[in-house]
Design a protein around this ligand. Structure first.
Ligand SMILES: Cc1cc2nc3c(=O)[nH]c(=O)nc-3n(C[C@H](O)[C@H](O)[C@H](O)COP(=O)(O)OP(=O)(O)OC[C@H]3O[C@@H](n4cnc5c(N)ncnc54)[C@H](O)[C@@H]3O)c2cc1C
Length: 379
């Protein structure tokens, strides 16, 4: 079995299959990065809670018996032959899983690289930390540049954390914070969570601009041009860049209309014995780690059952838990269920400091399971 991509989905899948099947499966996990970083750790670094080194989980240090990790770039995928070409040579599989996530393209938004910051790539989030540290007050614009985008709550969390950051530095009175979002509500599947976030924006004086995107920046005039033609001035621009399927997936014939279509219950692609999980798919859940992990768990259960000669009957239920940073050590928890063809539903707990501890446990447990080491996300 070959798993392409050691992110949220690939790590979970490889770990479960290796643990359950032992020597009965030869499992290869391939990734080109130096290590794994949780999405939420990017915000922790950006707002100075921890250093960049702390949040990088190096694949070279991974202790995960049964998983053969190969550090290489995947350059071609043949879903018919179930064969991939990589910078470390070719690999052939009986079962192939594509978990290559979404690639980010800051340069696709005119003016963003020259005149703004993005906080979704790892180097971008670290550079945004420096930009925040150098900021002396003015107009902060947090904005999304295209859809779909990962972790829909992250821009709202960022606006709330910018408020906290500037307040602590005595710069809030000299600043304005605005959020431009393509969605009609901060967390569309959970009206309660959206209400709580909108109340927090109103309380903190954060400007909320729904159902719009920023299409380009004019770095000379320091204005952002919106999808409806309006302009918004900024001194510090924190953007969510354009997301696309990785080039190697686009060239493989697996993607249709930008992303890989899969059976929403089994995560099978249209190619036999080829699965896809997580952000690389158009499965219908938001692009978030918890959903990638849930999909990986289903594929793992199906593969384990097949290898053990049992019936593969596990199906994906579309459930995910999302933690929402509200600032001031307050974290809310949103449980969302997406069922194909039905209206998604989501409930809200908190915010509270207890849920901040819950979120830390979520990170700690995964690093223990995937990398075999102790880690605390924010200390
Ligand atoms: C600021 C921010 C905050 C977030 N917060 C949360 C949160 O609180 N909760 C949550 O659930 N999600 C959160 N997310 C979203 C989450 O990080 C992603 O949705 C999740 O990582 C997707 O998992 P995946 O397995 O599909 O892809 P990824 O985790 O992106 O993994 C894909 C892997 O494929 C590798 N790869 C790609 N192309 C190649 C290639 N050609 N060759 C070799 N390797 C390749 C990459 O190196 C990468 O390791 C956040 C994201 C951001 C940016």
């Amino acid at each position: 079995m070959v798993v392409l991509g050691a992110g949220f989905g690939g790590l979970e899948l490889a770990t479960v299959v290796a643990k359950e099947c032992g020597d009965a499966v030869e499992l290869t996990l391939i990734d080109k990065s130096e290590g794994f970083v949780f999405g939420f750790s990017k915000l922790d670094v950006m707002f100075g809670r921890v250093g960049a080194e702390h949040v990088l989980h190096r694949y070279a240090d991974m202790v995960n018996p049964g998983v053969r990790f190969v550090g290489a770039e995947i350059t071609a995928i043949d879903p018919v032959a179930k064969r991939v070409e990589t910078s470390a040579g070719p690999f052939e599989a009986d079962i192939l899983v594509v978990a290559l996530g979404a690639d980010l393209h800051p340069a696709a938004t005119p003016g963003l690289v020259e005149g703004g910051n993005e906080f979704y790539t790892i180097p971008g989030a670290f550079a945004a930390r420096d930009a925040l540290n150098d900021f002396t007050g003015g107009k902060v614009l947090v904005a999304v540049t295209s859809t779909p985008f990962k972790c829909p709550p992250a821009p709202s969390e960022t606006a709330l954390l910018v408020h906290e950051f500037l307040t602590e530095r005595g710069l809030r009175d000299a600043s304005e914070i605005s959020l431009v979002m393509p969605l009609g509500a901060p967390i569309p599947p959970s009206p309660d969570a959206s209400k709580a976030v909108l109340a927090a924006f109103a309380e903190r004086g954060i400007g909320w601009h729904p159902e719009k995107l920023v299409r380009s920046l004019d770095p000379e005039r320091k204005v952002a041009v919106l999808s409806d033609g309006d302009e918004m001035p900024y001194d510090l621009f924190l953007g969510v860049p354009v997301h696309r399927v990785p080039q190697v997936v686009a060239e493989s014939g697996l993607a249709v209309d930008g992303w890989i279509p899969v059976d929403p219950l089994t995560l099978e692609t249209s190619f036999p014995e080829v699965y896809a999980v997580g952000d690389v798919t158009s499965v219908g859940t938001p692009k978030a780690g918890v959903f990638a992990e849930g999909q990986a768990a289903v594929v793992a259960a199906r593969v384990v059952a097949t290898i053990k000669g049992e019936t593969a009957d596990e199906e994906y239920g579309g459930r995910g838990v999302c933690y929402l940073e509200m600032g001031g050590d307050q974290v809310a928890k949103v449980e969302v269920t997406f069922v194909s063809g039905q209206r998604p539903i989501g409930g809200l707990q908190g915010p509270s400091p207890d849920l901040a501890a819950d979120k830390n446990t979520f990170g700690t447990e995964r690093i223990r399971r995937w990398f075999g080491r102790d880690w605390a996300p924010t200390s």
